[in-house]
Design a protein around this ligand. Structure first.
Ligand SMILES: [Zn+2]
Length: 427
């Protein structure tokens, strides 16, 4: 029954490679300026859409030219980067239209002006990779110049080829420049990064394991699976949280109300806090990725609940464990590895997965605090989350074949392969 799914069609995906950018202070200042111009164009396009009736995508593109003529700093930015800013603005607008059309309950996400921008995006012009692909030169009038790219990725080889062929083998081939769809410069608490958005063919042949598994995001556990295994929540986040809170308090203490500019000490404390935060979020991502990799490697079919994370985080009791376990990141990696290794992921609707008995199918109502499932119909008892995981797998296997429940293609928004978490994996 699973043979009917065409993996080939979905193995082409867009992913983002990230490198740390090394340059001089004057270059970083030029990047900041480019980011400011990019933000300015995005916000101006939004303003233009608000102030005029029936403004469409192409009107915004045209408006970029007007801005470039009017403002010398906007003119410094590469023309395709200007277009990208307009598109960025348009995607916020069309998301809003979409939500209105689909009658999404609650807020419709009216597009907002960006106050703090962190990135500037180029398309296929305005930059040039060096011959060895270890440096990039930005060629527009912003004078960012040549930045060295530091990182463990090798832009020379495609993902699939690298993992199949032995090191230096004949099978490895270069990314074609046409595969580089976008280049983005991002500012973070600990420096500047260059991201490459690349269209890649991920498919790698693997031996089938003959196993299927259901996963439940536990309240108590990071994960519980249908075979009865549980994975504990990572402790580092709670530990780090204490440190984070301390740094946050230090920051607040240095803040002087109404003072402009704030003191040097304040900015130092602010940067310290931001760097700590970055470290924790990287640890969390790394953890989620490692587990996802293991799950995909030991199973052919992986079923999990299709949770609406946004809706769940609103529930205060769950909020901590959900953000802790970084479920949505985990899910992205699960889908990424599934595509790469030709495995099947099946999200199922979460209704009653924790309430029903996985042994006899009867409903056994229980509150959030009930940790063990005990069925008074058939006498079956099991950990609450394991029972749910079993139900999830059952549900998934009964829906395989109805393509409506398969969301293989939906792995956008793009995965970002950050420099910090790349070492141990054969991506
Ligand atoms: Zn039962």
């Amino acid at each position: 029954m699973m043979a009917s799914i065409d993996y080939e069609a979905v193995s082409q995906v867009l992913i983002v490679f990230e490198f740390k950018a090394k340059g001089k202070d004057s270059q970083y200042q030029a990047i900041d300026e480019a980011i400011r111009s990019y933000k300015f164009i995005r916000n101006s396009c939004l303003r233009y859409w608000m102030d005029n009736k029936k403004v469409g995508k192409y009107d915004l593109n045209k408006y970029c030219k007007v801005l470039a003529k009017q403002y010398p700093f906007a003119n410094k930015l590469n023309s395709q980067a200007r277009q990208s800013a307009a598109e960025c603005s348009w995607s916020a607008i069309s998301r809003f239209y979409d939500n209105c059309k689909r009658k999404v309950p609650g807020k419709k996400g009216f597009p907002k002006f960006k106050k703090h921008a962190r990135s500037v995006e180029y398309k296929t012009s305005g930059w040039k990779l060096s011959e060895n692909r270890k440096a990039i030169t930005f060629t527009d009038k912003n004078n960012i110049g040549r930045l060295k790219l530091k990182g463990t990725y090798d832009l020379h080889f495609s993902l699939g080829a690298r993992s199949q062929a032995p090191a230096g083998g004949a099978g490895s081939h270069r990314y074609q420049l046409k595969d580089l769809k976008r280049v983005r410069i991002v500012r973070r608490a600990d420096g500047y990064y260059v991201q490459f958005c690349i269209s890649v063919d991920l498919k790698v042949e693997t031996e089938p394991t003959g196993k299927a598994i259901g996963l439940d995001v536990g309240i108590k556990y990071f994960l519980a699976d249908s075979s009865g295994n549980t994975i504990e929540n990572p402790q580092f986040y709670r530990k780090a949280e204490k440190k984070l809170n301390r740094a946050n308090r230090r920051k607040s203490k240095k803040y002087i109300r109404g003072a402009k500019p704030q003191s040097k000490n304040y900015h130092r404390a602010r940067c310290q806090y931001a760097r700590k935060h970055l470290r924790v979020s990287r640890q969390r991502k790394e953890y989620a990725k490692r587990i996802a990799y293991c799950v995909i490697h030991s199973n052919d079919v992986v079923a999990y609940e299709d949770l609406n994370i946004k809706g769940m985080v609103k529930n205060r009791h769950l909020a901590k464990s959900i953000s802790d376990v970084a479920w949505s990141i985990f899910r992205h990696w699960l889908e990424y590895f599934a595509i790469k290794y030709g495995k099947l992921t099946i999200p199922v609707a979460p209704h009653n997965t924790s309430q029903n008995c996985s042994n006899c199918g009867n409903k056994v109502p229980k509150s959030l605090s009930t940790r063990t499932h005990i069925c008074h119909h058939c006498g079956y008892s099991e950990d609450r989350d394991v029972n749910a995981a079993k139900n999830i797998l059952k549900k998934a296997l009964s829906t395989v074949g109805q393509t409506g429940s398969l969301k293989l293609g939906e792995i956008e928004p793009l995965l970002v392969l950050e420099q910090s978490c790349t070492r141990k994996f054969d991506l």
